[in-house]
Ligand binder design. Sequence first.
Ligand SMILES: *Cc1c(COP(=O)(O)O)cnc(C)c1O
Length: 340
Amino acid sequence: MSVDLDWASLGFGYVKTPFRYVSNFKDGKWDEGGLTADDMILMTECAGVLQYSQSVFEGLKAYTTADGRIVTFRPDLNAERMVESAKRLEMPPFPVERFLDAVDKVVAANRDYVPPYGSGATLYIRPYMFGSSAVIGVKPAKEYQFRMFVTPVGPYFKGGAKPITIRVSDFDRAAPRGTGHIKAGLNYAMSLHAIVDAHEKGFDENMYLDPATRTYVEETGGANFLFITKDKKVVTPKSDSILPSITRRSLCYVAEKYLGLTVEHRPVKLEEVKDFAECGLCGTAAVISPVGKIVDHGKEICFPAGMQKMGEVTQELYDTLTGIQMGRIAPPEGWIREIK
Ligand SMILES: *Cc1c(COP(=O)(O)O)cnc(C)c1O
């Protein structure tokens, strides 16, 4: 029985649910871990995460399918990506199998908060880990905590997916050979000023360029770009400092195997963006948000699909991937993990 929430009017905010998963790393190993009702964290004032931002996170969703099952989408890829993120920040990786077990347990324990099929709402799952022991000289913490909570989130697009307007940012998101390719809170801390500034100036998002030459497209603060050429090829930017989006990788697979489109994953010059027919942002939150306009210091790039609706190919990609997630379309092997 689901709880009585107004699913349609939920936003993307934190709603406390009854259970979360916690495991602690101490004396060189992860403890057994398990569910808890306690949503508070008690730690030393000198914790590594508080002093030097030693933390990484993930984001994925649970859905109710058309036939009433509760499923998660490719959680193994989130588990693997979190291992890579942890390694880059000198944190002990949380084992993939244990991550998957934690997803199963947290979602099952909070199953009343998984929004019903057709509501447009979903259950957002937030795994994260951080240095919890005291650190004052700059070095990795000795102890860590892994946590995973869930929170129901509303439909990303209320009243249809309206294309957004983004600007080419004068700020950079990630340095070459830095940490842009891992999901670390630090990448977001440094993007906050740029996004607040963008919003103040009337833009929905920032397009970040490669900081070395500022001639190639990287991504936005939290989503990868996907472009469609006039002859319906799918093009996604390639760079070592882009976060490898699971949604983007899944859309490229769907484009090739379900829709028979050609996919190119390659460096994309800012200069060639004006020649694309469609543009979208890919990430777990929205799957794809259509981009209608990109503003580069007063110069406007307007995509032919316009500002009223998604482009035709973007829409097909969106419908196919969400169809797979919601159980209306047969998934590729291993993409859907059912929660019992
Ligand atoms: C999480 C994230 C994405 C989207 O990744 P998904 O796995 O598709 O949710 C894209 N860019 C950045 C910087 C991110 O942190």
